[in-house]
Design a protein around this ligand. Structure first.
Ligand code: PEP
Length: 253
């Protein structure tokens, strides 16, 4: 059966010197929670410190991006093998900020997903529609397309370990959360797409998160949706008390 995962996305926040305290605060406050996996996805430069701080705890460390090639002349980039070697367990792929500011496409997302799973990392694959796309009524078609592109040519035994994060663009960093029904119906659609691609067994194994202004107040309602298996949390993951409340809500579901 699939795991519930609450993952923080620190974005370009938190210096290496501030990292250990944040990881340790989260690990300490959630150590009794056995029904949920916890991840902190950090800037690449924080990863070694985060991994050291998380050692011996249940908190997994992740990156926010990776290149699709294993090595080579890609100045400024980091490979999935380097992340694994540094102790990372997860890597966020195709976050909407990367699609928006760094020209990531469904094609590069697919290449990065392959690189991540081949290296032994768990990709947290972000998909989501803009407000305009939602208003045009194409949300489900778009999400299905993004999921199919991300998973193209990925065999079932690898697909069953990926995490998909449904993150409507209009809800990220805006304080405007999708309703539990909106989050639930899109996450259900994502599972349907995976079932059509790989069958019921894989569909049941894949963790599907909601992300977009999830916070201590709205987490329980969102996580109560049957196909919402966790959350990708931006702003609230930087405040240990709030992040811990979200993790607690997931632990109770
Ligand atoms: C995110 O960046 O993945 C995110 C969900 O951010 P926030 O929680 O701040 O909306």
């Amino acid at each position: 059966m699939r795991k519930k995962i609450i993952a923080g996305n620190w974005k370009m926040n938190v210096k290496p010197s501030e990292t250990a305290a944040l990881v340790k605060a989260v690990a300490e406050a959630t150590k009794a929670y056995t029904n949920v996996e916890v991840a902190c996805c950090t800037p690449a430069i924080d990863i070694p410190v985060a991994v050291a701080a998380a050692e011996g705890t249940h908190v997994g460390i992740g990156a926010e991006n990776a290149h699709w090639e294993a090595s080579g002349a890609y100045t400024g980039e980091i490979s999935t093998g380097m992340l694994l070697d540094a102790g990372a367990k997860y890597v966020i792929i195709g976050h909407s900020e990367r699609r928006q500011y760094y020209n990531e496409t469904d094609f590069t997302v697919n290449k990065k997903v392959h690189a991540a799973v081949n290296a032994g990392l768990i990709p947290i694959i972000c998909v989501g529609e803009s407000l305009e796309q939602r208003e045009l009524g194409v949300t489900m078609d778009l999400i299905a397309y993004q999921v199919k592109c991300a998973l193209a040519n990925l065999p079932a035994e690898k697909a069953r370990h990926v995490v998909i994060a449904y993150e409507p663009l209009w809800a990220i960093g805006t304080g405007k959360t999708a309703t539990a029904e909106q989050a639930g119906e899109v996450c259900q659609e994502i599972r349907t797409v995976i079932r059509k691609l790989y069958g019921a067994h894989v569909a049941r194994s894949v963790t599907i998160q909601y992300g977009g202004s999830m916070n201590a107040k709205n987490a329980a309602e969102l996580l109560a949706q049957p196909d919402v298996d966790g959350g990708l949390i931006g702003g609230a993951s930087l405040k240990p008390a709030d992040f811990v409340q979200i993790i607690s809500a997931a632990n109770q579901e």
